[in-house]
Design a protein around this ligand. Sequence first.
Ligand code: FAD
Ligand code: SF4
Length: 512
Amino acid sequence: MKTLRLILGDQLNSNHFWFNKVDTNVSYVFMEMRQETDYVLHHAQKILGIFAAMRHFAGELEAKGHLVLYLKIDDPKNLQGLTQNIDRLIAEHSFNAFEYQEPDEWRLDEQLNTYCQSLNISSKMFSSEHFLADREDVGKLFVGRKKWLMETFYRQMRVKHEVLIEKMSSSIKPTGGQWNFDQENRKAWKGKPVEPNDARPTHDHRALWNSIERSGVKSFGNPQAENFRWPVSRTEALSHLKIFIDQILPHFGDYQDAMSVHSWRMFHSLISFGLNIKLLHPLEVIRAAEAAYVSDKVSLSAAEGFIRQILGWREYIRGVYWANMPEYVNHNYFGHETPLPDWFWTGDTKMNCVSHAIKQSLEHAYAHHIQRLMITGNFALLAGINPQALHEWYLGIYIDAFEWVELPNTLGMSQFGDGGLLATKPYVSSAAYIDRMSDYCKTCAYDKKKRLEKDACPFNALYWNFYQKHEDKLSKNPRIGMAYRQLAKMSAEELKAIKEKAAAIGKDLNQL
Ligand code: FAD
Ligand code: SF4
């Protein structure tokens, strides 16, 4: 058998059993394709990072003696589409078997599944050996239930993988007697402890960037090609992880929700790119955090808070995606249709918080979770931005954005577009929350305390208007009773004025 094995750009798992032994009947193919660069408009660093990592991984396989076929973006033989390229390779090299790893995105899963049904040689899909739960696990756990809860799944995963678990003869207990230390992760940052150094590797990827541009690929954001900072090999990703665990994790939990004009990454790990393209395995990241706790290097709340993101949220989100695709992408619970304001592409808005979150995303292809959720996502939901347009923006701009993880986070968690399957309440806030968790308001052109005046923070009127407008859909939700009790105390004139102010803001979002 002459076998062709496909490796997608986010399947760079060097510990996969495929690579255990060299087999001269097996060729591995990597393809840099317009199909993948063009399905949404991508940040330059996302394209550059994935191609650089693919090239590195292919080079490592070749060095170990594996046969590698590599289609560069500017290769004249590259037909720029997945199935067209495979067809050509099968014909040219007389392969009689085709194999691939389970794609993480529905779009590619569907494409390969359909393609394989039409192939006249044998074909087989293998596990990517990356995730800790199967695609179907979350769907099975919550079958028939209207409300799904991450915490239920997370506890099951802690037990299944024996993470921060104490086993007695007859019982299993979470370490420290508590499953979740979320309440301890809520501090604002006042400049101390000092922001960690950016210890990520540096690379000169100008040659690669030039070839991407010459091939006509469209992108946005700063490519930082001369000094590209994201890890593109397993060695780099592991050393980046070690620095995080040793130096930054102790502060992760405390400042998980904090934001500042002085720091674009706060105490976040910046590992999502390495994880999502599978340079890192989630369990090795989790075990590293657990070991730091066991050896007294970090507190239990810091270790647990970090582990929950990976063992809980990341796996849960993936399960929600697979249980609900392909319909999930079309949900729009509130019927929001407003297009993205132009400043989503430039960051040129007087709203200091939004400007910072967007400008740093254009610069680094990164914003941390609370910026994505409580700044850009919060604004979009309050302003009634179309969730599908927003989904495409998030999918394009972040270096770690792959649809299986981006879509449920954007459409479900951030926009409540699924009507509350993923989030128990809409994540919206007025300026009060943003001011509590950041220093953005201190240097903002808008006044965080005002609601109706010309210089009033737009979040304030939009926030109260959002609850008024969607009363029929939200007022029975017990988690937002407080907001409705406050609304009930407002006079009819006050409510009318808020409505009018929100309408005036909504008339031209580009002016904000
Ligand atoms: P840290 O804050 O250091 O967290 C550690 C790890 O936990 C992350 O690397 C990630 O793997 C995992 N994690 C944390 N929160 C989540 C979550 N909600 N869902 C899944 N995994 C999580 N994450 C992506 O990987 N890709 C995306 O495209 C993406 N889009 C998002 C869009 C929106 C609107 C929101 C609100 C969140 C999104 N997230 C996404 C989740 C989260 O914001 C990022 O994983 C995180 O910011 C990555 O940075 P980090 O590695 O420094 O994470
Ligand atoms: Fe953002 Fe409003 Fe604060 Fe300005 S005042 S930073 S717009 S929350």
